[in-house]
Write a protein that binds this ligand. Structure first.
Ligand SMILES: Nc1ncnc2c1ncn2[C@@H]1O[C@H](COP(=O)(O)OP(=O)(O)OP(=O)(O)O)[C@@H](O)[C@H]1O
Ligand SMILES: [Mg+2]
Length: 495
């Protein structure tokens, strides 16, 4: 760990960092900030939750002055929620320099954005589609930009955003600095990314593992139709403070959040077919802990930083190993611990191996907990609550009632009733979930894209996977790029 004060930062920035509660720089910050300050292009790869936002945000804001004419820094991010979050963090970093960051994303009133852009924010953080929209309307001018950041670069390129990003970069001076950050950077994507950059330095934090060691990684081999009972038993066993359950498709997420609510959990779903106001309100409730379980598609897999997320459940195995890394990385952030469970159907065991190959780490096999185990755990929690209240609370106001009750019932019966009331008994109310076809592995995707239609419907037969639609390869490669892009756009526009 290094001190921020040794990285050559101004006192306004150091004060802001202090205010944010950061004591020492994380390794990616310590290594990349000095390079970025020198104006060198940087590809930064470091594990989830290790402060990549500040790693690019701090030098970008350090290089920005209030007098700068026009937008000086541009951050491009794959999702709306991430754009909002990054802008929020950059506003904290820029606080004492009076540097303002404005989020610009789809699904938000464009005239409102135009008004906000007229107030001269120095930094703009946006999703590619909406940024392009503003560029075309000339409500966003990029000729004074000194730094461009692609956050989650590999994902944006993977998703087929490459042409959008190229169009955006055409509007930015060539002499700009380009920074690229992600927890994963597959080689082919990195090579594409390097096309946008000038002799970039690759900063890869020296760690054998792609995932952080403080996430306990488990898997459970379970049949498709037994997954839901397994999930609710696990929730009862583990009592997460906040949990995220990832499902493969939008329909899956809708059905899962409804089914969880039926069984008495406070759960809400988030995916790209919801209105932006619904998405924003769900995220807000989750951050406030009004809802305990967020059910999400991969739209919530990248970058989101919600403190208190103790558990991640991959209800459906992710479709590629990178997605796994990012999904489980929603827990175990900023040095905290976290727990991840991945459900794998017997036919998907090969994909589990693919994930382990990327992460260079074995997941621990766990059995499906029985309903008895779930009940025992809930009873134990009820007992703990009862004992704690008995020793720590003032119970005088309750004693007369207790004495009256004891005239008609024996104490064992009464206590048992109290424990029962405090216990969340495992609820196995039947729920309806449409079965998902086993996930196609990444290898199959490649084959499908190359070879045409074979197997493409494996993922589409059920609900449509949103985030990966481009990869489902709607008929081989010919003329692919525009097709892929527009089909992607459709999902993006409603994301
Ligand atoms: N030096 C630091 N000391 C303490 N906390 C920090 C430091 N830098 C960042 N953080 C906090 O750590 C959390 C994770 O940071 P951030 O979201 O930037 O991670 P990330 O590396 O971008 O993760 P992801 O790969 O998931 O996008 C945030 O809450 C952030 O405020
Ligand atoms: Mg990030």
């Amino acid at each position: 760990m290094a001190k921020f004060s040794e990285l050559g930062l101004s006192k306004e920035i150091l004060e802001a960092i202090g205010n944010m509660g950061f004591e020492e720089a994380t390794p990616i910050q310590a290594e990349s900030i000095p390079l970025s300050l020198k104006g060198i292009d940087v590809i930064g790869q470091a594990q989830t939750g290790t402060g990549k936002t500040a790693a690019f945000g701090v030098p970008m804001i350090e290089k920005t002055t209030k007098q700068h004419s026009g937008v000086a820094g541009l951050v491009i991010a794959p999702t709306r929620e991430l754009a909002m979050q990054v802008a929020e963090e950059l506003n904290k970093v820029g606080r004492f320099k009076n540097i303002r960051a404005l989020p610009i994303y789809g699904g938000q009133d464009i005239t409102r954005q135009i008004r906000a852009l007229k107030k001269y924010p120095q930094i703009v953080v946006g999703t590619p589609g909406r940024l392009l929209d503003h560029i075309k309307r000339k409500t966003l001018r990029l000729q004074h930009i000194h730094t461009v950041v692609l956050d989650e670069a590999d994902e944006m390129l993977n998703m087929g955003f490459i042409e959008d990003i190229e169009s955006i970069l055409k509007e930015v001076p060539e002499a700009r600095q380009t920074l690229l950050f992600s927890a994963t950077m597959p080689d082919p994507i990195r090579r594409i990314a390097e096309k946008f950059m000038r002799s970039p330095e690759i900063v890869r934090v020296k760690s054998k593992e792609v995932t952080v060691p403080n996430i306990t990684q488990n898997f459970i081999e379970v049949d498709e139709r037994k997954k839901f009972d397994a999930l609710t038993r696990l929730l009862d066993m583990e009592n997460p403070e906040l949990a995220i359950v990832f499902g493969r498709t939008k329909r899956r997420v809708d059905e899962l959040s409804e089914a969880l609510a039926t069984r008495g959990y406070s759960a809400e779903g988030i995916h790209g077919d919801l209105t932006q106001s619904k998405r924003t309100s769900v995220m807000k409730q989750f951050k406030n802990k009004t809802i305990e379980v967020l059910v999400a598609t991969d739209v919530a897999a990248r970058g989101l930083d919600v403190s208190g997320v103790t558990h991640v459940y991959n209800f459906d195995i992710p479709q590629d190993p990178e997605s796994y890394v990012h999904r489980i990385g929603r827990t175990g952030r900023a040095g905290k611990t976290g727990v991840a469970f991945t459900f794998v159907t017997p036919r998907e065991m090969g994909q589990l191996k693919n994930i382990e190959r990327l992460t260079k780490r074995r997941m621990t096999r766990k059995p499906v907990p029985s309903s008895t185990e779930a009940l025992e755990n809930q009873q134990k929690m009820a007992l703990d609550k009862l004992k704690e209240t008995a020793t720590e609370s003032n119970l005088n106001d309750y004693k007369t009632h207790a004495e009256q009750l004891l005239e008609d019932h024996d104490s064992i019966t009464l206590l048992s009733a109290a424990i029962k009331l405090l216990t969340k008994e495992p609820d196995e109310t039947p729920v309806r979930l449409t079965a998902e076809a086993p996930s196609a592995s990444r290898k199959n995707f490649r084959d499908n894209r190359r070879g045409g239609s074979g197997g493409q419907n494996r993922q589409n037969r059920g609900g449509k996977p949103e985030y990966r639609r481009r990869r489902s390869g709607s008929g081989g490669n010919s003329g692919g790029s525009s097709n892929k892009r527009s089909s992607y756009r459709d999902s993006q526009s409603s994301r």
